[in-house]
Ligand binder design. Structure first.
Ligand code: GDP
Length: 440
């Protein structure tokens, strides 16, 4: 292994953190390349049960360095809380680094996230209200504040002053010049309180300073040294800003191109891309999800898979595996192999369905790829192939041949539909509950 990107092949929450935790045994450096503390990974390992929102999943290996790349957006107080939580569990995080080029999530981003979502009324995106979208908007609008600025208190105060002057004008626009009573008013006051923000962020800056580095130099030295690098994705292809179900997407690029940009290494340096796909489908937030099951079967899947958001606790939407969406992701991301997670969650199912195409009920047309139009995608119905279930506990299986024949057939069918090998099959959240099928 030299440079491996671990990318979500569906709508996010595929179990990337768990796969990175597994692969990080062999990694010298793990880099998180995009997103913020909106999503999160749950990692279960011999040290305990951890919810990570920003810190890469390699943090549990003391010899593995972990970097938040320049493509990540960072909420400093939230990051300090995460570091404190890990410190309380016995991890000093001396192996954790932050790229000075990463942008900051500010309190007014969180406030704007809530305001904008409220403005959307019936067309809500279902954001996590953590300010991630507005932070990326400021980055692209070239008025963001970066980690490097936070490290210089005078620079930070000056930039904060300018930013807040603009934000106050924006907020006035929302409420009219006089500003009126509103339930969000206290939150707005707090999110635009210059002294409070400066104190809170500069206090966090002192705590984070030992971890802040020139990320590109760190990555470059690791590459020159031939170190083993893992690039850890957030969310999945179907939420990619360019290729996902726009506008129900995240504000960054989970696909491998985003890994190169966000981590700060040449695209050609990535030797292998592992797509992580769940054995079924889940999504958080709004937007098309053709295989969604709004019935008792979907509910049962949610309970068996404990499908509730790591960061927000929101129930995830659940459905059968969507082979059309995964193949779209395969083509876009160029996976070397797929890591299939949560096969065990299907252990109780009598029969299992795979969505092999979509059908447009208006025109009768069949779709074998993902339409660009979100309104078309919303109305497409899944065309299912049905396979028998296995109704046997797979959580103890460690070899592919130990899986019940029907489970093997299911995995092989998914592999044929994805047109890429399934190299890892995960049958439980624990580190060792993994079946290695081949070189991957
Ligand atoms: P990520 O953001 O892609 O890392 O995914 P999340 O951490 O949000 O969600 C994956 C969840 O599934 C976590 O709670 C994992 O502990 C759990 N998990 C991962 N792989 C397996 C598996 O094979 N079986 C079961 N039962 N749970 C798993």
């Amino acid at each position: 292994m030299s440079v491996i990107a671990v990318v979500g092949a569906q709508w996010g929450d595929e179990g990337k953190g768990r796969v990175v935790d597994y692969l990080a045994t062999d990694a010298d450096l793990v880099i998180r390349y995009g997103g913020g503390n909106n999503a999160g990974h749950t990692v279960v390992n011999p040290h305990g049960h951890f919810k990570l929102h920003l810190i890469p999943s390699g943090i549990f290996y003391p010899a593995t360095r972990n970097l938040l790349g320049g493509g990540v957006v960072i909420n400093p107080p939230a990051l300090v809380r995460e570091l404190d939580g890990l410190a309380a569990a016995g991890f000093d995080c001396a192996n954790f680094f932050i790229s000075e080029r990463a942008h900051l999530v500010m309190p007014y981003h969180v406030m704007l996230d809530q305001l904008e979502e409220r403005e959307r009324r019936t067309a809500k995106l279902g954001t996590t209200s953590r300010g991630i979208g507005p932070a990326y908007v400021d980055k692209v609008a070239r008025r963001g504040i970066r980690v490097v600025d936070l490290m210089e208190p005078d620079d930070f105060r000056a930039q904060l002053h300018v930013a807040l002057a603009r934000i106050r004008r924006v907020v006035t626009g929302y409420f009219g010049a006089g500003g009126d009573d509103d339930e969000l008013r206290p939150a707005i006051e707090e999110a635009t309180d210059e002294d409070r923000i400066a104190t809170e962020y500069l206090t966090a800056a002192d705590r984070l300073r030992p971890h802040v580095v020139d990320g590109q130099a760190l990555v470059d030295a690791a590459l020159v040294d031939g170190q083993r690098i893992l690039l850890e994705g957030q969310l999945g292809t179907m939420r990619d800003i360019d290729w996902g179900t726009y506008p129900y997407v995240t504000s960054s690029s989970p696909i491998p191109g985003g890994a190169s940009i966000g981590a700060g290494l040449p695209a050609v340096a990535i030797d292998k891309v592992i797509g992580v796909a769940k054995a079924y489908t889940t999504a958080v937030g709004a937007g098309p999800l053709p295989t969604e099951m709004l019935d008792a079967e979907g509910e049962a899947l949610r309970e068996r898979g404990i499908e509730y958001g790591t960061s927000t606790g929101r129930p995830r939407r659940c459905g059968w595996y969507d082979a059309v969406a995964v193949r779209f992701s395969v083509r876009l991301a160029g996976y070397s192999s797929i890591a299939l997670t949560k096969l065990d969650v299907l252990d109780g199912s009598e029969r299992i369905r795979i969505c092999v195409a979509y059908r447009d009920p208006q025109t009768g047309a069949q779709w074998t790829t993902v339409p660009a139009s979100t309104s078309v995608y919303q109305r497409l119905e899944p065309v299912y192939q049905e396979l028998p279930g296995w109704q046997t506990d797979t959580t103890g299986c460690r070899e592919f041949t130990q899986l019940p024949a029907a489970a093997q057939a299911y995995v092989e069918r998914l592999e044929a539909l994805a047109e890429v090998p399934i190299g890892l099959v995960s049958v439980g959240p624990e580190r060792d509950q993994m079946i290695v099928r081949g070189p991957g």
